[in-house]
Structures are given as C-alpha cells and as structure tokens.
Design a protein around this ligand. Sequence first.
Ligand SMILES: Nc1ncnc2c1ncn2[C@@H]1O[C@H](COP(=O)(O)OP(=O)(O)OP(=O)(O)O)[C@@H](O)[C@H]1O
Ligand SMILES: [Mg+2]
Length: 244
Amino acid sequence: MNALLEVDRVTRRFSGLTAVNDVSFTIGESEILGLIGPNGAGKTTLVSLISGTLEPSVGGIRFQGQALTGVPAYRRARLGIGRTFQIMQPFPGLSVLDNVAVGALFGHGGASGNLASARDKARSALEFVGLGKFISQRAESLGGPGRKRLELAKALAMQPTLLLCDEVMAGLTPVEVDEVVALLRRVRDRGISVLVIEHVMKAIRELSDRLLVLHHGEKIADGKPDAVLSDTTVIEAYLGRRRS
Ligand SMILES: Nc1ncnc2c1ncn2[C@@H]1O[C@H](COP(=O)(O)OP(=O)(O)OP(=O)(O)O)[C@@H](O)[C@H]1O
Ligand SMILES: [Mg+2]
C-alpha cells in the first residue's frame, strides 16, 4: 500500500515548549488512523502541521509524494487535505448551506468561484452528515452536536483525499457517537483516508485500522488498536492517567 501522507521526523516548538517532538508516521490510501494522547500531547498541533496552519520547526511532510514545506494551507486544501477544527467557528450570518459551500469553493473539488455548483456539493455533504433539514437556518442556531456535523460537512464538501478530524465526537451522546463512527466508515469506503483524533476510546477502537499515541509530543506507540491499547507504556501514559 502506497503512503498517501508521510510525516518525517517532524518537530514543532513554541518558544520554550516542544509540542511535537521528532514524530514520523504514514497514512495509507483508504486507511483510518486513530490519533490519541492525553490533553496537551500535541495532537491538534500535528493536524495543523499537516493542514498547513503551522510549519514544522524541523522535519518534513509529503502528500502524494509532494513535499509540503512552504505550501500554504489554502493550497494544501486544493491538493486534497481537508480538516475539521476542534474549536468550531461557523461563519456567522451565513446559512448552514453557505457555511458548507465555502468548503466546496476552496477545497479539492475546487468549485472555482461557481456558487451554484458549490451549493450543490454543500447540499449533498449536508445530507450525508444528517443536516439536510437545516440548510436554510443560520449556522449559529445549531447546537453543539449540530456544529460538529457542520464541521464535518464543511470538510467533506472540500472533497478531500485526506480528512483530518479533530475531536468531532466530543460532547456527543453514545448514540450520536455511533452515528459518526458509521459516517466516517462510509467516508473511508469512498476511498478517503481519515485521521481521527478522539478521546472516546470505544469509537477509536472500533474505527481505527491503526492507532498512533502521542505523549508529551512524542510518538510512544503506532500499531494495531488492540495491541496499542494493551501496551503497558500506553496504559501508564494515557489510559492509566485518565482512569485514575
Ligand atoms: N500556538 C501555540 N502557542 C504556544 N503553545 C501552543 C500553541 N498551540 C499549542 N500549544 C501548546 O502545545 C502543546 C500541545 O497542544 P495541542 O493543542 O497540540 O494538544 P492536544 O493533544 O491537541 O490537546 P487536547 O487533547 O487538549 O486537544 C500544549 O502544551 C499547548 O499548550
Ligand atoms: Mg487538541
């Protein structure tokens, strides 16, 4: 299996703090990679390094064989890297439909300024995530779970090859979590690779083909979910701490 994304010895420092420390991994075609780690482990920073809102201090990232160094975030979106944001910020004053149409306009599919075609893509992404009934409402009228789905719809309307999901299940009920798990499986079945950051362990175990664990910015495990979740280092660093 060819790697879609190759992260090679990436480090990111913020003044005195090393948020991501010498991390390497790959994501294959149509693979779901789970990314876990305690709060502050560097997960969101890693997603920002891939999507281009941050550049590494050291190391490099390749997408479909192309080095991403110096490639701005908007061009990475055009190349096929879509992401959701942990802190949801819908465009205020725009409808649910147009929030998602923005994703279509600036994404991989590149609606290239054609609003009608962007809205068509937005409509199908909203149907897909179960927000079809809310398209004409203002985005800010959606509650927390609705906003999570909106984030997903925005990223999916970009028609990404690689979808980076940053805690899209946080705050959802167990039933809603199961729905999002099913949804992300369908995304993968469309041939999209998915990186999922999640604290909901049941979901991450069910969903991930492979699991990567960060702790204090360092990769401490990378492998099959069952093996990783029973690894003593992981239990001590992460699960043990959260259970205590
Ligand atoms: N822009 C920034 N400037 C300075 N420090 C930052 C910045 N972004 C993140 N950090 C720090 O880097 C570390 C990693 O943060 P990050 O948000 O990547 O963690 P996380 O694993 O996503 O945590 P959580 O599970 O709470 O979302 C933290 O100590 C955080 O305070
Ligand atoms: Mg985070």
